[in-house]
Design a protein around this ligand. Structure first.
Ligand code: COA
Length: 331
């Protein structure tokens, strides 16, 4: 069996910075409320006609490939994680294959929302472990700002989520670097706690004439329930990963939790008694970029020298589905 290592990381965010004060000029909220409840100070919004989920993913992927010291032609397979694909079909993976000018490699789309990065990581790891592929591009990208209800009713979503992309090249390891384990979970009874229902194939016609009057056209989140489950499930999944590798919390050099909400990440940090130098958060600058949040944080942590080869990294995520996941790896 082969092992998988992170060979390169990239990120891309749109130029447009939306500070809390700008949001407060559109909806009934304040900078103080957002910072206190979520830690977020600003986020990025895409520019229609300039950015798209696939184009942002492609930009992040180009950086990841370059950092890995590879050529585009070295990529054997694409995994694309998003909840906001360019189209309902086809998925955005094939668009990245085209935009990067890759050979006719396979492209798989993962629809696991905030857990999409770790689900994608796990899939790539299995393909590399079995020897089927040597270099896999994992792309995570989201355009969420164009689904916000920018009235007071939609404020709980609008203050949290942002746009951006992160990408990894995962390669067959030739040294000690390896993904130690991944752990994936779901609990569909909570599907409607964080959901964008419409347009839906449950209807006679996917686009019903009264779509613009239907509440389900806006994303819905039961914030309190999500908050409670997120801390519990992310903590459980970290313990699961530590047990699987016979490690304990002292062995974690850096924890990167999905950037859902700074209070959630800090809740997990507290449960494990990790000092600030052993966690990395950047939700303050980007908001919750769903599948892209961990790879964006990973890129910035690496650029800032927050971890090095041989360090034990732990990832954990929770989101719509509910889905949650963890991964432990030796970088
Ligand atoms: N700005 C200002 N006030 C707001 C507000 C906003 N954006 N949203 C809600 N409020 C107000 C409410 O009206 C309420 O006021 P009241 O006490 O006078 O009735 C008060 O703030 C508390 O509302 P509530 O909805 O209970 O807030 P909360 O403390 O649960 O915080 C979230 C809301 C969304 C920030 C919080 O639930 C959360 O972060 N949940 C997790 C979300 C998440 O991480 N999602 C991503 C998962 S991947």
């Amino acid at each position: 069996m082969y092992q998988t290592k992170i060979a390169g990381v990239g990120m891309y965010v749109p130029d447009r910075i939306v500070k809390n004060e700008e949001l407060a000029s559109m909806i009934d909220t304040t900078n103080e409320w957002i910072v206190e409840r979520t830690g977020i100070e600003q986020r990025r919004w895409f520019k229609p006609g300039v950015d798209s989920t696939s184009s942002m993913g492609t930009r992040a992927a180009e950086i990841a490939i370059e950092k890995a010291g590879l050529e585009k032609q070295d990529i054997d397979f694409v995994v694309f994680a998003t909840l906001s694909p360019d189209y309902i079909f086809p998925g955005s993976g094939v668009l990245v294959q085209e935009q990067l000018g890759l050979d006719t490699v396979g492209a798989l789309d993962v629809r696991n929302q905030c857990s999409g990065f770790i689900y994608g990581l796990s899939i790539a790891d299995q393909f590399i472990k079995t020897g089927q592929y040597q270099n896999i591009l994992l792309v995570c990208s989201e355009v969420q700002s164009n689904t916000f209800d920018l009235t007071d009713e939609g404020r709980s979503m609008a203050v949290i989520f942002g746009d951006g992309a992160g990408a990894l090249v995962l390669s067959r390891s030739e040294d000690e670097s390896q993904i130690l384990s991944t752990h994936l979970h779901s609990e569909g009874k909570y599907a409607k706690e964080l959901i964008l229902e419409e347009p839906s194939t449950l209807e006679e016609k996917r686009i019903m004439p009264d779509l613009m009057q239907r509440a389900g056209r806006w994303p819905y989140m039961n914030g309190r329930n999500v908050f409670k489950h997120a801390i519990t499930r992310m903590s459980e999944s970290i313990n699961e990963a530590l047990e699987a590798s016979d490690l304990n919390k002292e062995d974690i050099d850096l924890l990167i939790a999905h950037q859902a909400n700074l209070r959630i990440a800090q809740g997990v940090q507290k449960k494990f008694g990790l000092s600030d130098d052993r966690v990395f958060n950047n939700i303050q600058k980007y908001g919750n970029t769903t599948a892209a949040s961990i790879p964006i944080a990973l890129f910035e942590a690496l650029e800032q020298g927050r971890f090095k080869r041989g360090d034990v990294l732990c990832f954990t995520a929770f989101g719509s589905g509910f889905t949650w996941a963890s991964a432990l790896l030796k970088y």
